[in-house]
Design a protein around this ligand. Structure first.
Ligand SMILES: NC(=O)c1ccc[n+]([C@@H]2O[C@H](COP(=O)([O-])OP(=O)(O)OC[C@H]3O[C@@H](n4cnc5c(N)ncnc54)[C@H](O)[C@@H]3O)[C@@H](O)[C@H]2O)c1
Length: 455
């Protein structure tokens, strides 16, 4: 099939490349000229595992092309995917201005074309309920009567996006006609050969499914963070609770990790947008307000430990911060909890020496030279008064603790992602704080010890 992919960010680039990998011809459009130039040369503007090899293969094969001209992509494609930003508006609503502006351009263009040739506009951006109708109305008003609009929300996870797209757990299609549903099914069949379902439903339900999925996952995280905060006060260990409840099939093991909160370009924005939708219909979706409220304070749990350890002030201290991306295996720092932690440390008069395997450039774009950027994880520790861990990158899981001990001025680690065993950290001679688990204290006289943190 011939596909126009409009917007080549995290979603559009992965989607376009994976469609090309399945033999489709894909024309990707973006307004960002630098991005398009990089992609044409086979250079990735984002970090996403496994994407480069697919990009190169499909560029070479001529199945994947990049342009800044929307018209070119519209002329060449039959199905147009919108993978455009839907950032939060002033009141938390999803700002549809970019999506609708592009839709108007498409409508004007297609209204001048052969109306007997059916075209499909597929919305992959996360959009509020009713957007499909808005888009269809714009097409109709412009006279682009050959267009059918589909809602096809995306569930890929940054860091595992290629794998997620190639083997999706399910495909959601919000479609009005059986004919369009069948075209969309044909497009996606190669991705679900193992039997994962393609659910066809009305567009409103498809739009709602995406928000419900993200809101539910965010709720699990905030719930576990609340459990962790309570564990802290009652002397229980959230890791045991996680295992204890996760093995119940009704609950499941995923998204039960306590930490310093969720971030990224989706969860905070989508929960806010769903809350806004709900409020605008006169419904007070109370759980969602609590999920956001818990999340906005969760990084403070770690900072409280820092403050307590240093006697209420961090003025003049230096901290190593490991992990800047909002999660591992991405360079994305949108709404990253690390930035909240760093912001508070800087505000308190501390200096920060930061390190992330992939998110140094993206962080530099946001924080500039307010922090120091270390060349590797160990360099960040040099002369630091303590280590703060914000992202669970694999390379932080098994550092050489002898080197860590030697480089840090104080043997203290504040772990916002619960990477290490409390008992072992105490045995290694560290004062170790994590989320919802006992405090590890360095062994006295060589004895290993750890104790509950009375909160
Ligand atoms: N990132 C994710 O993990 C993820 C997952 C599922 C769904 N989504 C949703 O998908 C949508 C896109 O997200 P993203 O993370 O890919 O965003 P992004 O910001 O990474 O990419 C958007 C791209 O659109 C381009 N763009 C902006 N205006 C344009 C225009 N007028 N014409 C052409 N291109 C234009 C930008 O230059 C950018 O490259 C959002 O609605 C998001 O909520 C994101």
């Amino acid at each position: 099939m011939k596909i126009g992919m409009i917007g080549t960010g995290y979603v559009g680039l992965v989607t376009g490349t994976c469609f090309a990998e399945m033999g489709n011809e894909v024309f990707c459009v973006d307004v960002d000229e630098d991005k398009v130039a990089m992609l044409r040369q086979g250079r990735l503007p984002i970090y996403e595992p496994d994407l480069k090899v697919l990009l190169h293969r499909n560029l070479r094969a001529g199945r994947l092309q990049f342009t800044t001209s929307l018209q070119k992509a519209l002329d060449k494609g039959e199905i147009y995917f919108l993978a455009l930003p839907t950032p939060p508006g002033a009141e938390g609503e999803a700002d549809l201005s970019i999506v609708l502006q592009v839709v108007r351009q498409i409508a004007e263009h297609l209204a001048q074309q052969d109306l007997s040739k059916k075209k499909i506009v597929v919305n992959k951006s996360t959009v509020p309920v009713g957007t499909e109708e808005k888009v269809a109305r714009i097409m109709e008003m412009a006279g682009a009567s050959q267009v059918e609009v589909v809602c096809n929300p995306e569930f890929l996870r940054e860091g595992a996006a290629v794998d997620d797209f190639m083997k999706p757990s399910r495909i959601i299609l919000g479609v009005r006609s059986a004919q369009t549903a069948s075209v969309m099914r044909r497009l996606y069949e190669p991705f679900v050969r193992q039997g994962n379902p393609i659910y066809v439903m009305d567009p409103r339900s498809a739009e709602m499914t995406k928000y419900a999925a993200n809101a539910f996952l965010a709720t699990r995280i905030s719930f576990m963070n609340e459990i962790a905060n309570l564990c802290d006060r009652v002397g229980a260990d959230v890791d045991h609770i996680r295992k204890g409840i996760g093995s119940d099939e009704r609950i499941g093991r995923f998204f039960l990790y306590a930490g310093i909160g969720f971030g990224g370009s989706c969860f905070p924005k989508d929960v806010n947008a769903l809350l806004h939708t709900s409020m605008s219909r006169g419904y007070d979706f109370r759980i969602l307000s609590a999920v956001l409220d818990v999340n906005s304070h969760q990084h403070e749990m770690l900072l409280n430990y820092v403050m307590r350890y240093f006697g209420g002030s961090v003025e003049g201290l230096t901290f190593a911060v490991w992990g800047l991306a909002f999660k591992p295996n991405t360079d994305d720092v949108r709404e990253a909890p690390s930035h909240r932690v760093i912001g508070a440390l800087l505000k308190g008069g501390a200096c920060v020496q930061a390190y992330d395997p992939e998110a140094m450039d993206t962080t530099r774009q946001v924080l500039g030279d307010t922090v120091g950027y270390a060349k590797d994880a160990y360099a960040a520790l040099e002369g630091a008064d303590g280590l703060v861990i914000c992202t669970e990158w694999p390379e932080f899981r098994r550092p050489d603790f002898a080197v860590v001990r030697q480089l840090l001025r104080n043997r203290v680690i504040f772990d916002g992602r619960n990477l290490y065993s409390v008992r072992r950290m105490a045995g290694r001679g560290f004062h170790y704080f994590s989320i919802g688990r006992p405090e590890g204290r360095p062994a006295k006289g060589g004895r290993k010890s750890w104790m509950y943190n009375p909160g």
